[in-house]
Design a protein around this ligand. Structure first.
Ligand SMILES: Nc1ncnc2c1ncn2[C@@H]1O[C@H](COP(=O)(O)OP(=O)(O)OP(=O)(O)O)[C@@H](O)[C@H]1O
Ligand code: SF4
Ligand SMILES: [Mg+2]
Length: 373
């Protein structure tokens, strides 16, 4: 990647009040109807994909949203970018309620909230040149930058570390990492204030992932763009996000600044996710072993999630109360300001090794016991 790029002055914090959050999501809910029956198909249930989540993203901040497959991350991203209509809850952007805003009402802010998708192969039109792809959003929004669109596209190509001379090439002429850079350039074309990046590197080779994450970080820091960065594990967001929320089965179960989440996690599920992350923390010499929790087994169906705490069917600390009462997402005793945890019996704030490993999948535990004998 080129290091000596000339970037426009940071925006965002200079024009926005630092005190006012960019995005506030409250009670956000998306239930997909499940149809059944023959010959008349009726609604027989609902996939509770996202179930009452609260999030705040500040101006210029990188906010990570993490959880296993199917926990509702992409749905959350699509609701926030208004590609999907929420079932309940509210979304407010720069103080304006956009939950049910019409296309016309959304038009002025459409350009300010952009999305980067996981799959750089399917998210670019193979029949369009890179120039056409990146200038598309400008065309749609009738934006004519100073010096013309082509000049702006060339600038954008340079910002994302691609050769501006490749303006007339087609997506198939680029590698996976380069295509994702094209996706980033397209997202930057309208000078957004918020980018929702839905697993932007998980389809890429591991060796390329860091380069693209570095590019996004550079964009976030130098252009002052806020990010909602979606990932399925905590490793990727660790270097990128100032604050992190952990999702499980449609709910946020823990949220806090990076250090709180990585060094002093309190929710058992966050412990389990962290113990699956290679290299996190404590890798330095003389540091104690990190605990090991094998988070295997399936996440329960979001059509009929467990009562009370949704993590209880996989939690080693579950008690009767966990089935009876849903734990609220609150600042529990011992947590720092802004670190919220939804658990009746939180873990100690440490991720040091325990005397015994915790194995969450009963089948795996049984197998290990058998093999151990
Ligand atoms: N259009 C839809 N209709 C019905 N169910 C859906 C729809 N979109 C998503 N779901 C379901 O909602 C739940 C959440 O899906 P979502 O794609 O948001 O999860 P995710 O966290 O992004 O998962 P992944 O890591 O696999 O991308 C899943 O159970 C999924 O099957
Ligand atoms: S509330 Fe109970 S089941 Fe849920 S994470 Fe806490 S201890 Fe485990
Ligand atoms: Mg997803």
């Amino acid at each position: 990647m080129k290091e000596d790029l000339v970037l426009p002055a940071p925006r965002g914090a200079t024009t926005d009040s630092a005190a006012e959050p960019l995005l506030v999501v409250e009670g956000l809910t998306k239930h997909f109807p499940v149809k059944g029956g023959f010959p008349i198909r009726r609604t027989v249930g609902a996939v509770q994909a996202v179930d009452g989540i609260d999030l705040t993203v500040n101006v210029g901040e990188s906010f990570g949203l993490v959880g296993e497959s199917g926990c509702g991350k992409s749905t959350t991203g699509r609701l926030i970018t208004r590609l999907m209509e929420p079932t309940a809850g509210s979304i407010s952007y720069r103080g304006k309620d956009i939950t049910h805003a019409s296309r016309r009402e959304l038009a002025p802010i459409r350009s300010e909230i952009q999305m980067i998708f996981q799959d750089p192969y399917s998210s670019l039109n193979p029949r369009q040149t890179v120039g056409k792809i990146i200038s598309g959003p400008m065309e749609i929004n009738g934006i004519e930058p100073e010096g013309g669109r082509e000049k702006r596209v060339r600038e954008l190509l340079e910002i994302v570390g691609l050769n501006p001379e490749h303006y007339n090439r087609f997506p198939h002429e680029f590698s996976g990492g380069q295509r994702q850079r094209i996706g980033v350039a397209r997202a930057l074309a309208l000078e957004p204030k918020l980018i929702v990046a839905d697993e932007p590197v998980s389809a890429l080779d591991v060796s390329i992932q860091a380069q693209v994450v570095n590019l996004l970080q550079k964009v976030q820091q130098e252009l002052g763009i806020a990010f909602l960065f979606i990932a399925h594990d905590l490793a990727v967001v660790r270097h990128f996000s100032q604050r992190v929320a952990v999702m499980y089965l449609g709910k946020v179960i823990e949220v806090g600044d990076r250090e709180s989440i990585y060094v002093r996690p309190r929710h058992p599920y966050t412990h389990a996710l962290l113990s699956a992350v290679p290299e996190v923390n404590l890798a330095e010499e003389g540091a104690p072993d990190r605990e090991r929790i094998r988070l295997a087994g399936d996440v329960p169906s979001p059509i009929s999630p467990p009562s009370g705490c949704r993590f209880r069917t996989r939690c080693w600390k579950a008690q009767d109360k966990c089935a009876a009462e849903e734990p609220p997402l609150v600042q529990i005793s011992g947590n720092r300001e802004g670190h919220l945890t939804a658990c009746h019996f939180p873990e100690d704030p440490t991720i040091e090794g325990r005397d015994e490993d915790i194995v969450l999948d009963p089948a795996l535990a049984a197998l290990e016991e058998e093999l151990g004998d």
